[in-house]
Ligand binder design. Structure first.
Ligand SMILES: Cc1cc2nc3c(=O)[nH]c(=O)nc-3n(C[C@H](O)[C@H](O)[C@H](O)COP(=O)(O)OP(=O)(O)OC[C@H]3O[C@@H](n4cnc5c(N)ncnc54)[C@H](O)[C@@H]3O)c2cc1C
Ligand code: SF4
Length: 327
């Protein structure tokens, strides 16, 4: 491991100031950062510890939205009474991720910012446009079965976004609140993670020196039921091959509102808005669910080993919709 400076911040302003001026990383739970520093993939010259910041609260706002501090752990968020009661999709997504001990350390801000699990990115030596821009993408002609996407890929990068929590947040609708040298600003959650395009090294809309302070969830849809289904090679401690977070509200057997987001299949947490629209006003049932699933993957592009993710992702949608609409 390379030497780096360590600084503990006691306020948001101090954290932002300490981050400026040299290659620097915030550290929260450390479950992504320390892994990648030890692998020599991330090379911060300064690490700014944000564990002392007052960002541990979960607060219901007057308009019904839920404001979550960036330092709230994945465990605390999953078991928060309002999340359990009104955002089941988020609680289930959080509890499907990693292991108990990792969830106890992993934070909301760190999970939003976690890096891809592509083995070529993490090995530190293979050609990888995300780690070494312009070097190429080893996954496109190499192993691309489990942690590579079929939606939102480019000729430069096909790594899937690894987070479960972010899929639920994409379905719910959320705002990322960030602080930087020029003060505070808000970023729509759907605009926060970037498609790889020609610059896969740029993964999110955060400017240099900005810190995530909160994620604010939209108010729950009236009368909704929601569910997160994660399909993977083994039942625990594994990233999604395909996952679906769905939220549905119905009136007398007709779908009034629907949200669908996908994990494991997209280069960012993938909101399937055309599929959602196809459900509105339809009768609950397999015909509408299958059609929505087909629409969700209409633009999918499979690679040599991951074509199975298209039917798998479609099944995740149909099964999740069936679960939430059963009496
Ligand atoms: C073995 C293993 C299995 C896992 N399985 C899953 C899984 O199944 N599903 C899943 O979703 N995740 C999984 N994870 C990933 C895990 O959820 C993330 O590592 C964790 O959420 C990151 O949070 P952290 O607080 O530890 O972040 P850190 O490691 O502290 O930071 C991660 C990144 O975010 C930046 N950062 C942290 N906080 C902020 C902030 N407030 N503002 C701006 N930048 C910030 C850091 O600089 C760093 O770049 C797994 C991880 C491991 C090691
Ligand atoms: S898929 Fe992306 S992260 Fe993986 S090798 Fe290609 S460029 Fe790198």
């Amino acid at each position: 491991m390379r030497n780096f400076q360590y600084q503990k911040a006691d306020s948001v302003d101090a954290a932002v100031t300490a981050h400026r001026g040299q290659p620097s990383s915030f550290v929260a739970g450390g479950t992504t950062l320390l892994d990648l520093v030890k692998l020599d993939v991330m090379r911060p010259e300064r690490v700014v510890d944000v564990n002392g910041l007052p960002l541990y609260d979960v607060e219901t706002l007057e308009d019904g939205r839920l404001k979550i501090g960036a330092m709230v752990s994945n465990t605390d968020l999953a078991y928060h009474p309002r999340v359990s009661a009104h955002y089941s999709v988020l609680a289930e997504a959080l509890l499907s991720g990693a292991s108990t001990s990792l969830r106890n350390k992993a934070t909301t801000g760190g999970n939003v910012m976690q890096r891809v699990r592509c083995p070529y990115f993490r090995d530190g030596v293979s050609d990888c446009n995300k780690r070494a821009p312009g070097s190429g993408c080893s996954a496109i002609g190499g192993h691309n079965r489990s942690v590579h996407a079929v939606l939102g890929t480019s000729e430069q990068c096909i790594a899937s976004h690894p987070s479960d929590m972010c899929v639920a947040m994409a379905a719910i609708g959320a705002t990322v609140v960030v602080s930087g040298p020029n003060g505070e600003r808000e970023i729509d959650f759907l605009d926060f993670h970037l498609l790889p395009g020609d610059s896969p090294d740029r993964e999110h809309a955060l400017d240099t020196d900005e810190l995530i302070t909160h994620v604010v969830l939209d108010a729950p849809i009236n009368g909704n039921r929601s569910h997160y289904l994660k399909l993977r090679d083994r039942a625990s401690y594994q990233f999604a091959l395909a996952s679906a977070g769905v939220i549905v509200a119905t009136d007398n057997g007709t779908i009034r509102d629907a949200r669908i987001a996908l994990g494991g299949v997209g280069t960012k947490p993938w909101r399937a808005q055309a599929a959602e629209k196809s459900l509105i006003g339809q009768s609950i049932g397999e015909a509408a669910f299958t059609k929505a699933a087909q629409i969700a993957f209409a633009d999918a592009r499979p690679y040599s080993q991951n074509a199975f993710k298209i039917p798998l992702g479609q099944q995740a949608i149909v099964r999740s919709l069936t679960t939430v609409t059963q009496a």
